[in-house]
Design a protein around this ligand. Structure first.
Ligand SMILES: [Zn+2]
Length: 272
């Protein structure tokens, strides 16, 4: 629902010609909470690789030594174990879905609370009964779908790496100890990717909520606040402090926080 904040602010006696919001920056804790949800899916692979895949690998390897003709069958046993873990990983993605939804809802409520409290002071307007979770439903649905796809991809990638390691290992008769090390390295890649995704998706949700709320409140422009990150985009740094319309090329195609790992923020600007 659109809200005419400018009219309400004027009615409340605000005489300035513009109202500026402060940037709303997600916390490290919010990011870590999301990372934990991703890592939980990698952990299913970590635990079961140790409990199921590696023991099957060891059995296959020793039986392979006893008779070369068994090679194909024994690879089959490892495959069965990987399939079983896959089933468990898929169930953990269902769990992820629910937990992600709770995480995103909490983030949304937190963001809405920031908007309300900032504008209570800056515009002397009480938005608490005017803005609702349902206003940003599309953003919430998009971010959920995107993250379920991402976690599934993290799981698939981990499975692919583990399968590759064990099947190559069987072919070259790599000792189980070596294979275990390789699997650990693969799991570590999955964990690292989880952290990167969590950082990026936290930023993305926060950036989408900024845009949704600003447009809802009739803020047609935003002030670009550069992230100050080490690996920044020079063109983003050049925009620092500039006031940019949401309906401009930049506002539509490359707004703050939408490019991968962009930590830039949009400060809402309302002209009265
Ligand atoms: Zn940026």
């Amino acid at each position: 629902m659109r809200i005419d904040l400018a009219a309400q602010a004027r009615a409340a006696g605000v005489r300035r010609d513009r109202i500026e919001m402060r940037e709303i920056t997600p916390t490290q804790a919010q990011q870590s909470d999301l990372a934990r949800l991703y890592v939980a899916v990698v952990r299913v692979w970590a635990i079961r690789a140790r409990e199921r895949v590696l023991p099957a690998y060891k059995r296959s390897l020793s039986e392979q030594r006893a008779s070369d003709s068994l090679t194909i069958d024994r690879a089959g046993e490892v495959e069965v174990e990987i399939e079983a873990v896959e089933g468990e990983a898929v169930r953990s993605i269902f769990t992820f879905r629910g937990l992600f939804q709770a995480w995103a809802d909490a983030m949304q409520r937190w963001h809405m609370g920031k908007v309300i409290s900032q504008l209570r002071y800056a515009a002397d307007v009480d938005l608490s009964t005017q803005i609702h979770a349902g206003d940003v439903q599309e953003t919430m649905e998009d971010i959920l779908a995107r993250n379920v796809a991402l976690v599934r991809n993290v799981s698939d990638q981990t499975r692919g790496r583990i399968a590759d390691i064990v099947f190559r290992g069987l072919q070259s008769r790599t000792p189980a100890r070596e294979v275990a090390k390789e699997i650990n390295a693969a799991l570590q890649l999955g964990r690292k990717r989880s952290l990167r995704i969590a950082m990026d998706q936290t930023q993305k949700l926060s950036a989408s909520l900024d845009r949704d709320r600003q447009l809802q409140l009739g803020m047609k422009k935003f002030e670009w606040v550069h992230s100050g990150k080490i690996h920044y985009r020079p063109e983003h740094l050049a925009r620092n402090g500039k006031v940019i319309p949401w309906n401009s090329e930049i506002g539509k195609k490359d707004p703050p926080g939408f490019q991968p790992f962009c930590g830039c923020k949009a400060k809402g600007v309302l002209e009265l």
